[in-house]
Design a protein around this ligand. Structure first.
Ligand SMILES: Cc1cc2nc3c(=O)[nH]c(=O)nc-3n(C[C@H](O)[C@H](O)[C@H](O)COP(=O)(O)O)c2cc1C
Length: 171
């Protein structure tokens, strides 16, 4: 798919076909995350792939936004590994790193016909405990993945509501 088509046609998919994602496709998506840029290339992201019946049942208990997806990723930040700025206390790259990684995976997924939804509607502490993440890792987002259902369509929220001049300023 052309890059422009990927970024213009992608939308958050919240209804999925009830079939597994082919291993090769899942691998392609995960590898797209591996080549994403991160601060100093420290790669502090950790990605947990939930696809067993047990894991999917558990994540659906913990977030109604797991929807009916056959695969859900937990994209987490290893707090000890991200770049920390020497210039100002508290400035660090971790959430930016994880977000770029997630965006790479989301766009690659769409590129190969797999739908996704970025999900923040969950309690990180609960997800961390349920899936046994190490102490120094924080789940930042969940990403549902699967082939879009035949009746999947963009939600109303998909329509951009702001005008360019509200967002972009030239100085
Ligand atoms: C940081 C972030 C958090 C989000 N959390 C959720 C969520 O918890 N549940 C959900 O259904 N969609 C969630 N979304 C999807 C957004 O609602 C969606 O991207 C936005 O409305 C634009 O629609 P589109 O993705 O179809 O273009 C989230 C997206 C982002 C970037």
């Amino acid at each position: 798919m052309e890059f422009d088509q990927v970024i213009r046609e992608r939308y958050s998919v919240r209804r999925y076909r009830q079939e597994p994602i082919a291993d090769e496709a899942l691998d392609t998506i995960l590898k797209a995350g591996m080549i994403a840029p991160t601060g100093c290339n420290y790669q502090p992201q950790r990605v947990y792939v939930l696809k067993s019946d047990e894991a999917i049942a558990r994540i659906r208990e913990l977030s109604r936004c797991a929807f009916d997806a056959p695969v859900v990723l937990i994209v987490a930040l290893k707090e000890s590994e991200d770049w920390k700025s020497p210039l100002e206390a508290g400035c660090r790259a971790g959430i930016q790193d994880v977000s770029i990684v997630a965006d790479h995976m989301m766009l690659e997924a769409w590129n190969i016909g797999v739908g996704s939804c970025w999900v923040n509607y969950f309690k990180p502490s609960e997800v961390k405990a349920a899936f046994g993440l190490p102490e120094d890792e924080t789940p930042v987002l969940l990403m549902t993945l699967g082939y879009p259902a035949d009746d999947a369509k963009p939600a109303k929220l998909h329509e951009a509501s702001k005008q360019p001049e509200e967002i972009i300023q030239y100085r």
